[in-house]
Write a protein of this length. Structure first.
Length: 427
């Protein structure tokens, strides 16, 4: 095609069993974006983006080895895409030695917001802390000033809870107790009961969530006097699947009873205006049809990372838009993007500032990065499990601190549960 190549590196978690194998859907989504970007006449005229990639299996050690290989093998790469928090932590900490911008499409860990440790990191995947302002807004909306925390002892949850505690303090919401567990939640839940916790914010992966829910049933910490917040990105029927396999000694019925009425918060990864055309020319709806065909999901089996596929697609678009801006700027300085060779700080700084200012409407919604942390700015969604089905209750825009609410919430006792035992005056 006679177009000059612009080489980028990509690390995707595809095989392996530990962590998140989201590359299974994110790599095909990135390929779709490359196709669209290279077919777009207005973008990178005279150039073609080339993606050189490998599998990290969501293992940081393998991710580091794959990164060195991608960087040391000619040709030089201009930017590094990566997924999985553990891999992004490793590659983003090293990337500054090559003056490389790193763009993570699948990393939720709050630790990655540390600009000192990760000076060149950007993410199209929101940090897990993006849900905290939404949790606070819900507590204020329903008048809950005393809440409890139940968390699994994992780095991502520890730093998310620390952020939530800081935010609660600022608005004088009291954390009556913070219980954590490694794999068995029973003792922690017993402590919640002992402290008469009524509003509990949960932070755990889905396997632990099933153990929590069964123990909540056994200890009767559910129903009209309790509100549980769970993370919203578990699969829809998480509370009634895998019970045998995971040795959960509750029936589906008991799990449903304990789960009824709980709230969830999650970051939005698919543009809610399904038929609004995005920068790529696709609507989220048509993108989904195209992705389903590419992944052959007619069998109903969705590969891991399906939820996050728009984040990988938009990451490639962000690279193309940032490179476009960089090339224009560099040509005024008599330099060329393709001359970048890991030591040219001037070109590296132009790539950085172009990425920092990149904003567009993507398949995952408005894409923009916070200047102080490189974090994705995102909307969150609130759902409630009503009659065993998740219902969207509303959306929260953390930037504008605006809650869009449909008033569809339902409480088992017909009224909002209290955050503590209300002592009726006996007079
Ligand atoms: C929402 C989820 C599942 C959170 O973990 C991300 C993976 C990671 O942070 O390692 C992928 N997206």
């Amino acid at each position: 095609s006679g177009r000059k190549p612009l080489h980028i590196a990509g690390i995707f978690p595809i095989n392996g069993t530990g962590g998140w194998q989201g590359g299974q859907a994110c790599k095909p989504a990135a390929d779709m974006a490359l196709e669209d970007v290279n077919a777009n006449k207005d973008l990178l005229p005279g150039y073609k983006l080339h993606l050189h990639w490998n599998d990290s299996e969501c293992e940081p050690g393998l991710g580091a080895a794959v990164m060195y290989e991608l960087l040391y093998k000619q040709p030089y790469k201009l930017i590094l895409l990566a997924g999985c928090s553990t891999v992004c932590t490793t590659v983003a900490e090293a990337a500054k030695m090559w003056n490389l911008v790193v763009l993570c499409y699948g990393a939720s860990s709050p630790a990655l917001s540390d600009r000192i440790r990760f000076p060149t990191l950007f993410r199209t995947h929101p940090s897990a802390t993006v849900q905290n302002p939404t949790r606070i807004t819900l507590m204020q909306k329903f008048g809950w000033k005393k809440v409890a925390i139940l968390q699994q002892a994992e780095e991502v949850f520890i730093s998310t809870v620390e952020d939530l505690e800081e935010r609660c303090k600022k608005v004088s919401i009291e954390i009556v107790t913070r219980q954590s567990f490694l794999t068995d939640p029973n003792e922690a839940i017993k402590n919640l009961k002992r402290q008469d916790a009524r509003i509990v914010i949960g932070f755990f992966y889905v396997v632990a969530a099933r153990r929590v829910l069964c123990e909540v049933y056994k200890q009767k910490l559910y129903g009209r006097s309790y509100v549980w917040f769970f993370i919203g990105w578990y699969e829809d029927n998480w509370f009634e699947s895998n019970l045998e396999a995971e040795g959960i000694n509750c029936t589906v019925e008991e799990m449903r009873k304990a789960a009824e009425g709980h709230l969830t918060t999650e970051a939005l990864m698919w543009n809610q205006e399904k038929n609004k055309t995005t920068k790529s020319g696709w609507t989220a709806e048509n993108f989904q049809k195209r992705l389903d065909a590419a992944l052959k999901v007619d069998s109903g089996r969705y590969p891991e990372g399906y939820q996050e596929a728009p984040l990988a697609y938009d990451a490639v678009w962000a690279v193309a838009l940032a490179f476009n801006k960089t090339m224009e700027k560099l040509s005024q300085m008599g330099r060329k993007l393709e001359d970048f060779n890991y030591t040219n700080k001037i070109i590296a700084d132009e790539i950085y500032s172009a990425m920092d200012n990149t904003q567009f409407i993507g398949i995952s919604g408005r894409v923009a990065f916070s200047s102080e942390t490189g974090d994705r700015i995102a909307l969150t969604q609130v759902e409630q499990l009503i009659d065993g089905k998740y219902l969207v209750l509303g959306y929260h825009d953390t930037e504008m601190n605006k809650l869009t609410w449909d008033n569809r919430e339902r409480w088992i006792g017909g009224k909002v549960p209290q955050d503590r035992t209300v002592i009726k005056n006996t007079l």
